[in-house]
Design a protein around this ligand. Structure first.
Ligand code: PLV
Length: 313
């Protein structure tokens, strides 16, 4: 199944070109054409393989002999997949303990420590130019299929790697005027907090159930994007993200993480209509694209547990 390194080195990507499909159900909800970019069908279950795959290929070319990643989430899965494809050993540093946030910071420090070894390279889950460059491929695919720019692009923000990559991609294809609706959940809202403060903010704790959006501080590049691009930062409650996950499962028969539910909540919660009413979005856009970022940390039992936890059971 795995391809040898020589073949990978020819520049073949580890991500696939994902489908962009119009959703009748979601279009009906907002009264405008909604297109879904199905990143959940990537080989690692999320968009992360685009940036992380690209990063790993580039460092492999420069002689990296061991990859390290401190994410136990979708970034870690992408890192392990890329390493295997490249035939390079990888160490995924998994946190151990009770408070996920504190231990994530510890795992991150441990990964940085390990990467000091000769030939070892640390893969940051979201804060590196090669990661953004890799994520940018998503926008080239959108342009190839849509041709004309969408009226808005909806995505979820954790550490802001996807946002930075999509922004770079928009600039590359000449779509820098397309508004980006950057979604977070309350309790993982480090991007929104940074915008309000006008500088990077470190949240004391991640209290949202959307753990994959749980970067306590976003990448500086994410905040910089707001100066050059039209970015609307919006925050939804956990129950809105989780009920979006459930509605999306019923509408499209696709199960995604609450991190992705945050983006889908822009459609289901009436947010787009509000932005239009406020004159911030075009009243009748040609289309709206939602990046279905995916996520592995979900199954039917986990969805039930989340709903019960949030009183939606
Ligand atoms: N997840 C990262 C970072 O977490 C991780 O370690 O897996 N949607 C999904 C399904 C994700 O897994 C992530 C990031 C995001 C959205 C947000 O992407 P970002 O961090 O590039 O803004 C802290």
């Amino acid at each position: 199944m795995e391809r040898p390194l020589a073949e990978c080195a020819k520049g073949e990507h580890f991500h696939i070109v994902t489908p962009l499909l119009e959703s009748w159900a979601l279009s009906r909800v907002v009264g405008m054409p909604v297109f879904l970019k199905y990143e959940n069908v990537q080989p690692t279950g999320s968009f992360k393989i685009r940036g992380i795959g690209h990063f790993c290929q580039e460092v492999a070319k420069k002689g990296c002999r061991h990859l390290v990643c401190s994410s136990g989430g979708n970034a870690g899965i992408a890192a392990a997949y890329a390493a295997r494809k490249l035939g390079i050993p990888a160490t995924i540093v998994l946190p151990e303990g009770t408070s996920p946030q504190v231990v994530w910071d510890e795992a991150s420090l441990r990964a940085q420590e390990l990467a000091k070894k000769d030939g070892w390279v640390n893969i940051h889950p979201f804060d590196h130019p090669l990661i953004w460059e890799g994520h940018g491929s998503l926008v080239r695919e959108l342009k190839a299929v849509l041709g004309t720019p969408p009226g808005a692009l909806v995505l979820a923000v954790g550490g802001g790697g996807l946002l930075a990559g999509v922004s770079a991609g928009l600039a590359e294809v000449g779509w820098q005027h397309v508004p980006i609706i950057a979604m977070e959940t309350q309790g993982a809202h480090s991007f929104n907090a940074a915008i309000k403060a006008g500088r990077l903010v470190t949240l004391p704790d991640i209290t949202s159930v959307a753990k994959c959006l749980g970067a306590r501080t976003v990448a500086a590049q994410a905040l910089a994007c707001t100066k050059e691009f039209k970015v609307f930062s919006e925050v939804v409650e956990d129950f809105e993200a989780v009920s979006a996950v459930q509605q999306f499962l019923d509408d499209e028969r696709t199960l995604v993480e609450p991190a992705c539910g945050a983006a889908l909540a822009a459609i289901y919660s009436g947010l787009l209509g509000r932005l239009q009413a406020e004159g911030r979005l075009h009243p009748s856009p040609a289309s709206v694209v939602v990046i279905v970022c995916g996520g592995n940390n979900i199954d039917s039992g986990e969805l039930q547990a989340l709903k019960a936890q949030l009183g939606q059971g």
